[in-house]
Every structure is written in structure tokens, then in C-alpha cells.
Design a protein around this ligand. Structure first.
Ligand SMILES: [Zn+2]
Length: 424
């Protein structure tokens, strides 16, 4: 257990969440002398934590590539060891109603080491941090929160992407209380070649959520509250009456090296900086695009063969998804290029030599759209995502559909609730 805690501390430290939280408090309190005193006290009382410290030392070299200074680490440790810090931190943050995911996680981390991992407020703090996380960017936040919740006995399997570095995994293996973490670590070693076995013990693949079975969409809400309780979820069945809007979307996508990955849930193409979508004049950076089969969105109840989702983010952190429905028809030359390089099995991103791709080659000419406020269509189903589903479709041949390595990766349609669908 202590080793599990040590790993969580490391993960928190790796993203600087704990350090950041502590530094924030330090800045607010300005009590340097007090910190020294705390550090001394911490040193005295740390005998109980010696075992965990040992684990920390073992894996400390992991911190170097993560660019965490030793000073920060000491501060984090001192902060964690004293309840006064937690109280002051909570007071310092009380005024801020919109805490970032990192700060929430930092607070949760300090609480974890102050109150232990069975404290209900600790768990809900981690759950909140997880829910707040930007799923496309903050993987380390996700991993730290998931490991913390798993260590408290919550039914959470950290994402396979959260596989621990070998040394951390070794410490975890020795403690013999982390089957899933071990599986994840082996995954990271690249020994996971048997992808088909998705169930039971001894299987090497960590399946965190899926599109069918016990980890299917109807059960996502158990691990990701927003998926079950959110009122503005995606995808939607798009039907009128529509509220008219008078702005347009204008893509400025650039060709770049093809970076393509099979992440176990979809085929995704990661995009280098420089491609933008202007929505009503506001620039959004294109981060990646990926595919669902069949299309997640329906129009008047009808789903298409597939959909491409282009995921964008503004400088304010707002997410916008442009959806291009792919209806069964002629072969799509852009998709032909992608499928030639799409890995059939889950694995790291591939960058085939000398292959360039322009995301604009997937767009229809006419960019009229349907628009609504929705959510990520995969866990954690974070809301406040703007959707722009193009009214005009591109085509894909039945052969190309059958070449897509996922038979079904579409979330069921979600209730509209109080929302109004717009169209330009
Ligand atoms: Zn999608």
C-alpha cells in the first residue's frame, strides 16, 4: 500500500500538481519560517513513512526526465506530511470557484497524504479532478487520479496509456497489490501481442472502457459520473426545428507529416500545430481527427457508415468538434491514404517516412453545419464541447468501411434535454 502511495506521489510530482498546489499556498501565506519548521517536523515524523521513502528513493531517477527539481520534491513532501497545509490550501483555494484540473489534483494529493485514501472527501476530490481533466491533453492528471482511486479500492482500471515506467512497476509488483498496474506495465514493455483476450486474469491488456459488454456505454457512468449524469451529452439525433445562426466555420488546415495511431478505441491522426478552424472569427487549433463506425451522430434518426471527428481547441481551452459524415458510396482517396498506414492493432503512434497528409482533403466543399453544445463521446464525457456537424457528407466505399479495424465504436444517441439544435 505504501508503495502504491509512493507511486501516486510520484505521478502527482511528475505533473507538478502537488508542487504547484504547495507553491501556491506558500505564495499566499508568505510564511517562510513556518515552512522551515514544517519541513523539520516532517522530517521527525517521517519515520513511519520510511518504507515509502525508500520506494521514492528507488524511483527518484524517474523524476529527472520529468524535470522536477529536488527542491520542489522536498516542498511537496513537507506539504503532504502536515494537516495544517491542507487546511491553509483549502482556505487559499476557497475563493476560486473554477479551479483547474491540476490544482484540484494537487489539493486531492495533499489531502490523500494527510487524511489517507479512505477519506470520502479525498476520493471525491480525485473524482472531480478526473472529471475536470482535458482528456485530449492532460494524460498524467488522468493517470494520477486513476491510480489514486484504484488504490482506494474503487473499480477503476487505469488506462493502458497510464502504464508505469519499468522501475515504478517493479516497486508495485513487489507490493503485490496491483494486478492491473502490472498488466499496464507489461503493456508498456511492448509484450502485449495477444490483443484478442479481453477478459479475466492473466490477460495482458488493460481494458478500461469499451463499446460493448460490462465496460460498455451503459456502464461508463459507474466510473465516469459525467457519462451517466450529464445533461448535455453527445452524440445527438439531429432533427428540426433548427434555430438559425448567422456565422460560419472556416478551416485553414495545412499539410503535414502523417502521424497515425490505433489507440484501442479508434484510428486517430495527430496533427502538428498550424492547422486552424475559425468559428465565427475565433481561431481553434486542430489537435487531431479520428473515426467512428457507424457515424455517432444521426440525422432524422439515420446514422451513416462512418464519421470523422476533427477535434479543436481555442486558446481559452474551449473544445470544438467538426464532424464530417461519411456515407456509403465512392472510394474516398484521402481515406485510402490513411488506411494504407493505419495500424491494425493498438500501439504507439506511427509516422511513416515521407507521407504527408492534408486534413482538408477529408472535408466536403460546402461547410454548412448543424450546431449544438455537447460532450466528448468517450469517457470521461466532459461537457461544454461545441459540435459542428457538416450538412454535406463525404463518401466512403463499403470496402473501405470494412477495412476499418473497429467493427463498432459509436456511443449510443443521447437525450437532447433542454438543448436547441442550431443550423446556419
Ligand atoms: Zn469522436
Amino acid at each position: 500500500m505504501k508503495k502504491t502511495l509512493a507511486i501516486i506521489v510520484l505521478l502527482l510530482a511528475a505533473i507538478g500538481a502537488g508542487a504547484f498546489a504547495f507553491m501556491q499556498w506558500k505564495a499566499n501565506s508568505g510564511a517562510k519560517a513556518e515552512i522551515n519548521e514544517l519541513t523539520e517536523k516532517a522530517a521527525e515524523s517521517e519515520k513511519k513513512q520510511e518504507e515509502a521513502e525508500k520506494s521514492l528513493a528507488e524511483v527518484k531517477e524517474q523524476l529527472a526526465p520529468l524535470q522536477l527539481t529536488a527542491q520542489q520534491m522536498e516542498a511537496v513532501k513537507a506539504a503532504f506530511s502536515n494537516g495544517v497545509t491542507l487546511k491553509d490550501l483549502e482556505a487559499a483555494y476557497a475563493k476560486d470557484k473554477n479551479l483547474s484540473a491540476e490544482r484540484l489534483l494537487g489539493l486531492a494529493g495533499v489531502r490523500l497524504l494527510t487524511k489517507g485514501n479512505q477519506d470520502p472527501a479525498t476520493l471525491s476530490a480525485f473524482e472531480k479532478a478526473l472529471e475536470m481533466t482535458d482528456w485530449t491533453k492532460q494524460q498524467k492528471v488522468i493517470c494520477a487520479a486513476q491510480y489514486a482511486l484504484a488504490s482506494a479500492g474503487k473499480q477503476i482500471k487505469p488506462l493502458s496509456e497510464c502504464a508505469m515506467p519499468p522501475q515504478m512497476a517493479k516497486a508495485e509488483e513487489a507490493s503485490k497489490d496491483g494486478h492491473d498496474a502490472q498488466a499496464g506495465a507489461k503493456d508498456a514493455h511492448g509484450k502485449d501481442t495477444k490483443k484478442d483476450d479481453k477478459s479475466g486474469h492473466g490477460n495482458k491488456k488493460v481494458v478500461h472502457w469499451d463499446y460493448e459488454g460490462s465496460m460498455g456505454p451503459e456502464n461508463w457512468g459507474k466510473e465516469f459520473p459525467r457519462c451517466g449524469r450529464g445533461k448535455e451529452q453527445s452524440p445527438l439525433d439531429i432533427k428540426g426545428p433548427f434555430q438559425k445562426v448567422r456565422f460560419s466555420v472556416a478551416p485553414d488546415y495545412k499539410p503535414g507529416p502523417l502521424r497515425i495511431v490505433n489507440n484501442g478505441h479508434t484510428i486517430q491522426v495527430n496533427v502538428n500545430p498550424g492547422s486552424k478552424l475559425r468559428i465565427d472569427g475565433v481561431p481553434f487549433d486542430l489537435l487531431q481527427f479520428h473515426f467512428h463506425r457507424p457515424s455517432e451522430e444521426a440525422i432524422n434518426g439515420k446514422r451513416q457508415a462512418m464519421v470523422a471527428h476533427f477535434v479543436h481547441k481555442s486558446s481559452d481551452g474551449e473544445l470544438a468538434v467538426l464532424g464530417v459524415l461519411l456515407q456509403m458510396g465512392n472510394e474516398n482517396p484521402a481515406i485510402k491514404t490513411l488506411w494504407e498506414h493505419a495500424p491494425a492493432k493498438e500501439g504507439p503512434e506511427q509516422q511513416p517516412e515521407g507521407v504527408a497528409f492534408n486534413p482538408a482533403s477529408l472535408l466536403p466543399r460546402d461547410l454548412d453545419f448543424y450546431h449544438y453544445d455537447g460532450s466528448l463521446t468517450t469517457p470521461p464525457c466532459t461537457e461544454k464541447v461545441k459540435f459542428y456537424i457538416l450538412r454535406n457528407m463525404a463518401t466512403i466505399s463499403s470496402e473501405q468501411v470494412s477495412q476499418f479495424p473497429f467493427k463498432m465504436n459509436a456511443r449510443p444517441l443521447q437525450p437532447l434535454n433542454q438543448r436547441v439544435i442550431m443550423a446556419n
